[in-house]
Write a new protein. Structure first.
Length: 155
C-alpha cells in the first residue's frame, strides 16, 4: 500500500494551491495495511487479529485487554443465533443469485445451441428435421451430436 510497507498512513486535509494552508478541522484519513509489520506493536497486533480473527495467531505480539475483549465479542457474535440467521440469509441470497445467473446463462446457451442447429439444418436443406427437432427432445439431442454442437455424454 502506497509503496512504503507501513502499517498506518495518516493524511490530513491541505489546500492544493497553497502548500502551507491546512484545513485544520481535525479531520484525518487513516489507511491501515494488514500485511505490514512496520508500526507499533499494539497496532500490528490489532491488525493481525483483524486479519485472522484468531487470538491464538502467533503474529499477535501484544495481547492486551482490548484485543482479548474484542475477541470475546467476536466469539459471542459468531456463536449467537442472530449471527447464524444472518449467515444463512446471506447464503440463501447467494444461492438464489447463483441459481438465477445459472438459469439465465443456461437459457442463453440453449438458445445459441438451437440457433446453430437451425442454421445448419436449413443450410443442409433439412427443414423437416428442423420441424421435428423443435418438438422432439431426443431427435434434437441426436442432431446436436451429429453436427458436433455438443459433446457426447459418457456413462
Amino acid at each position: 500500500m502506497f509503496g512504503k510497507d507501513l502499517a498506518k498512513y495518516t493524511f490530513t486535509e491541505q489546500c492544493e494551491e497553497v502548500k502551507d494552508l491546512h484545513l485544520e478541522d481535525g479531520t484525518k484519513k487513516i489507511f491501515l495495511n494488514m500485511t505490514s509489520k512496520n508500526g507499533s506493536k499494539d497496532l500490528i497486533s490489532l491488525l493481525q487479529y483483524m486479519k485472522e480473527t484468531d487470538i491464538d495467531n502467533p503474529e499477535i505480539i501484544v495481547k492486551d485487554e482490548r484485543i482479548v475483549e474484542l475477541d470475546q465479542i467476536v466469539r459471542e457474535v459468531k456463536e449467537s443465533e442472530e449471527w447464524e440467521a444472518v449467515k444463512m440469509n446471506i447464503l440463501e441470497v447467494g444461492v438464489k443469485r447463483g441459481l438465477e445467473q445459472g438459469l439465465e446463462r443456461g437459457l442463453e446457451q440453449g438458445e445459441e445451441l438451437f440457433a446453430s442447429l437451425t442454421e445448419r439444418l436449413i443450410s443442409d436443406d433439412r427443414v423437416e428435421d428442423l420441424k421435428q427437432a423443435a418438438k422432439d427432445k431426443k431427435l434434437r439431442s441426436k442432431l446436436y451430436q451429429e453436427y458436433g454442437l455438443v459433446k457426447t455424454k459418457k456413462k
